[in-house]
Design a binder for this molecule. Structure first.
Ligand code: MF3
Ligand code: CO
Length: 249
């Protein structure tokens, strides 16, 4: 069952999602050559708590940090470490969730550390825009497959490969609720969206092939061919005529 949230519940989700958006924005200037991924995580955890929220990922299924930091061929779920140093030309995906008043927000961005290659830049732009394409397909009465299809079509027309092992998800009282939201699919299929449904839409795209390998830390998902990957995510509420982006800064 896909839960419908009340306006008051959506406002709690907006508070949680705004904390995520604000902290991701504040992390942006820190993503520079020389910073460690542990430093990014520590900043994120401190800011989330200062803003009155609780980190959503810390302890989730045993995940050990507040932030996921996934660099270059790492797609998602990179674990921060004091030994992992960001280098010039890296693309750095930051993914974070927060909880306020029992409601969750979740968002992700991919940022450039210094000057990145032209293909890396294109990958980031296409991934960001594929999220926009998905969001543009969200409205009451649309089918979930319309959203999945819109992301896939934009990504593939622009030469990128869609990761299939990970999906977006419903979100609200829990980080992951129904439905699961693949970034590929067929228009006109799947559940019909209704106003008040709350969704985390999160395309993950690769420059090469999209096959995934999980490293032996049990978390870090990398592209099997070592090609670059990018990830953008917003938490949104379905409205009668579109969507309300709860994780807009
Ligand atoms: N945004 C991702 C997701 O929704 C990250 C959660 S992974 C975690 O699945 F385990 F670290 F929490
Ligand atoms: Co998510």
């Amino acid at each position: 069952m896909i839960e419908i949230k009340t306006p008051a519940e959506i406002e709690s989700m907006r508070r949680a999602s705004r904390v995520v958006a604000e902290v991701l924005l504040q992390l942006k200037p820190l993503v520079k050559p020389g910073v460690t991924t542990a430093e990014l995580n520590d900043f994120a955890e401190r800011r989330v708590r200062e803003l009155g929220a609780v980190p959503a990922f810390l302890g989730y299924r045993g995940y050990p940090a507040t932030l996921c930091v996934s660099i270059n061929e790492e797609i998602v779920h990179g674990i921060p470490s004091p030994k992992r140093i960001v280098r010039e030309g890296d693309i750095v995906s930051l993914d974070m969730g927060a909880v306020i008043e029992g409601f969750y927000g979740d968002a992700a961005v991919t940022l450039a550390a210094g000057a990145v290659s032209a293909p890396a830049k294109k990958l980031m732009e296409v991934t960001r825009s594929s999220l926009d394409a998905g969001l543009a397909a969200v409205k009451a009465g649309a089918r979930l497959g319309d959203v999945s299809r819109a992301v896939q079509e934009y990504a593939e027309k622009n030469g990128m490969a869609v990761v299939r092992e990970f999906t977006g998800h419903g979100i609200g009282r829990r980080l992951h609720e129904e439905p699961s939201i693949p970034n590929f699919g067929r228009a006109g299929t799947g559940p019909t969206l209704k106003a008040g449904m709350t969704l985390a839409i999160e395309p993950m795209l690769c420059l090469g092939r999209a096959d995934v390998v999980v490293k032996n830390d049990g978390w870090t998902a990398v592209s099997a061919d070592g090609s670059l990957a990018a990830h953008f995510e917003h938490t949104v509420a379905v409205t009668e005529d579109g969507c309300d982006i709860l994780s807009a800064p």
